[in-house]
Design a protein around this ligand. Structure first.
Ligand code: NOJ
Length: 703
């Protein structure tokens, strides 16, 4: 495929020695042991963690940009003066920390995700970082997996919308702009299907499910122009993703036209020997390069072995040049040849701006999901004395969630302080972290806010759990407080949907706060006291029990579905055959009613309109996330019982009614058919406009 400026790149490649070419394919983590000569000889193409907190640089007097500039200077002393590209995990914010990605998905507001990515890009680039290892686009159907926190949940449509928005947010229209950074869609692909929710474990995904569920967010990112892709640790269907030529080359480049570069995950090239598909490092490096894996993250096996393989004629010189070309192409697009250094003055100017903190607060507010509100206990009004108890009340950095090396505790207002600022005049707030104190104090108050859930170290990479219940001791604490008979609001911090079946029944109100980031405490306070209303929706099914996972809304019907009135239907002996709460679920402080569904035509030709009237029948304004689902009733392969095809956040005043309309196009109904091709099949479809994935007004059309 011809490219805008590949002639300059090819000219550069023609001057490179094999060592210099191989050098470009390596990324090392910056450390005091890194020998400057490696950079001076052009032995590295990229450094990660060269700037940002906790780099271990020993340059403590230097600002972040000075550290990366220092390394860049060394690289530019090399013969061909090829700049380094500096990478880092800028996952859900940098210094300003936004809610975890799973919470961002709960906002059903991709635009905000894009704005947050744009803030992260500005802050990170001010520190010399030009490349983030985000967005993580792994679909996850098993919340035991710790990395469910880092992705957008279980749905490919929602995941794709967020993929596009975040890629654009990080990269802008032109990531050569000083305040933009290159995105990296990861982990390609199928990483979320690790068996048993155990990180790094193998997985099996059928080809239709891979194409219809796991690949779409990556495809969307590629179409949005993502510059790089990271391969997954997983052994998928017997082929480790880092060596999968079919997926890395045939699908990604051949079918989709991706022209950026692919980086491995940490050490995953060397790990091909542990997977047992490579006999030694040299073999692993050859397999990965041949598969289309351009840059080796930290394992050093490209650096140490590709030269010899080339000499021995075991490596294709053309494939080597292709990998170099793809890396240099992205460096060129990033403007690094013209602008290799970062202005150190930017960091102070571009970090933690008040408007960015406000955005973080808005995002946190929109990401929290109200799961129950019996007797309209929330917002808390008219209570004279409220006890706020639990282990997160003084939390600061614990509000960030997984993967936030650059967030700082001192930037966070803890929950107790935030509540004091936001409580209505005359409301007395009592706080305690200790369960026994809480039980003592609860007798003397009018209402209790119990704050429970997961510490961030319980989610994220390799932080898997075998039990989706609350962490040890918390269920007993909730039970003991609830038994005192006071109105109880349960606030849950978590990096995953927890199976809080008992607590949902016990508490009067439940607000799911995830890990909400720098401004999470204030956002939560605003929701509790009614300065704002909840509008988040579950981006992933909430299971009733751990043994119920994987459970997800877009499953297949089976021959004996749960709604058939028969003994021999799919179920557990000991559980209701339904999730605790479905995908798309979430309450507000008002009520919405749906009426008068209209499907514009009986037969879809090209496209049709589906609409319904949504009324706010409560006494407060509120935001409804109106959702569009379809079901293809008969296919050459079995089809999901529902698939999300659209959503609209719709703000309605009390008493207001509005017709909300969606356009459904023929291509929205395409899937991987029995013959392996992708396209539509004619027949009958059901369509819903719904509040969540289990309810709604139903219509139908034909294709
Ligand atoms: C390993 C993780 O799997 C990946 O998501 C991350 O970007 C890299 N380490 C770099 O830190």
């Amino acid at each position: 495929m011809p490219h805008e400026n590949d002639s300059t790149i090819n000219e550069l490649i023609s001057q490179m020695t094999p060592e210099e070419k191989i050098g470009q394919l390596n990324q090392f983590s910056a450390s005091p042991d890194l020998h400057p000569d490696l950079l001076r000889q052009g032995g590295l193409g990229s450094l990660l963690n060269a700037s940002g907190a906790l780099t271990g640089q020993g340059f403590s007097d230097s600002g972040n940009a000075e550290i990366s500039n220092h390394f860049q200077k060394l690289a530019l002393e090399s013969r061909l003066k090829i700049p380094l590209i500096f990478g880092r995990d800028v996952i859900h914010g940098f210094r300003t920390v936004f809610p975890i990605p799973l919470a961002q998905a709960a906002s059903f507001n991709p635009e905000l995700a894009g704005e947050a990515a744009s803030v992260a890009a500005r802050e990170a680039s001010a520190c010399g970082i030009k490349w983030t290892f985000a967005p993580m686009l792994d679909i996850a159907r098993d919340p035991r997996w710790g990395r469910v926190a880092e992705g957008n949940g279980e749905d490919p449509y929602l995941g794709s919308q967020i993929a596009v928005a975040t890629v654009k947010g990080f990269q802008g229209d032109d990531y050569a702009a000083p305040d933009k950074i290159i995105a990296c869609a990861k982990h390609y692909v199928g990483y979320g299907a690790s068996e048993g929710g155990r990180d790094y474990e193998n997985g099996e995904i059928s080809e239709p499910t891979l194409r219809d569920v796991y690949l779409p967010p990556f495809f969307a990112a590629v179409k949005a122009g993502v510059g790089t892709i990271m391969s997954a640790f997983i052994d998928l269907n017997g082929m480790p993703a880092t060596a999968d030529r079919r997926l890395l080359t045939d699908v990604l480049r051949g079918e989709w036209g991706f022209d950026g570069f692919v980086v491995s995950d940490w050490e995953s090239v060397r790990e091909l020997t542990y997977h047992g598909i490579a006999e030694d490092d040299a073999h692993a490096a050859r397999l990965a390069l041949h598969a289309g894996l351009d840059m080796d993250m930290v394992s050093g096996v490209y650096l140490n072995t590709l030269g010899e393989s080339l000499q021995q004629g075991k490596l294709s010189a053309v494939e080597l040049d292709e990998a170099v070309c793809r890396i240099l192409r992205i460096k060129q697009r990033a403007g690094l040849f013209e602008q290799p250094f970062t202005d150190p003055a930017r960091e102070a100017r571009d970090t933690l701006r008040p408007e960015d903190r406000e955005l973080a607060r808005q995002f946190a507010r929109e990401s929290m999901v109200l799961l129950k509100n019996e007797g309209s206990l929330l917002p808390l009004q008219g209570f004279q004395r409220i006890l706020v108890a639990g282990n997160f009340i003084h939390a600061r950095s614990e509000l960030f969630g997984a993967w936030t090396p650059d967030g700082r505790a001192e930037d966070v207002t803890p929950f107790d302080e935030a509540l004091r600022q936001l409580a209505p005049k005359g409301t007395e707030l009592w706080f305690t972290e200790a369960p026994d104190m809480a039980l003592h104090m609860a007798h003397q108050v009018d209402a209790v806010v119990l704050v429970v859930g997961e510490h961030p170290i319980r989610s994220g990479e390799n932080c898997n759990v075998s039990d989706l219940g609350l962490p040890p001791g918390q269920a007993e604490f909730v039970e003991a407080v609830v038994s005192l008979g006071k109105p109880v609001v349960l606030v849950v911090f978590a990096g995953r949907p927890l199976a809080i079946t008992r607590q949902l029944a016990q508490a009067d109100a439940v607000l799911y706060a995830w890990h909400p980031g720098s401004e999470g405490a204030a956002a939560l306070g605003e929701l509790l006291f009614g300065q704002a209303s909840p509008s988040g929706r579950l981006p992933i099914t909430m299971p009733r029990a751990t043994g119920q996972v994987p459970i997800y809304y877009n499953s297949k019907n089976s021959g004996r579905p749960i709604n058939r009135d028969a003994l021999f239907r799919t179920r557990y002996q000991d559980l209701i055959p339904k999730p605790l709460l479905p995908f798309g679920y979430g309450l507000t402080y008002t009520n919405f009613e749906y009426a008068n569904l209209k499907v514009s035509q009986e037969t879809l030709r090209g496209s049709l309109e589906v609409s319904a009237e949504i009324s706010n029948t409560g006494s407060r304004a509120g935001v409804e996330v109106v959702q569009l689902y379809v079901r293809d009733l008969v296919g050459s392969l079995t089809r999901p019982i529902r698939e999300l095809k659209g959503f609209q956040r719709t703000e309605l005043q009390s008493g207001e009614t509005r017709r909300v309309s969606f356009t459904l196009r023929e291509e929205d109904l395409a899937f991987t058919r029995a013959d392996g091709t992708w396209g539509v099949e004619s027949g009958k479809f059901h369509v819903w406009i719904a509040q969540d994935s289990q309810c709604g007004l139903q219509g139908e059309f034909r294709l």
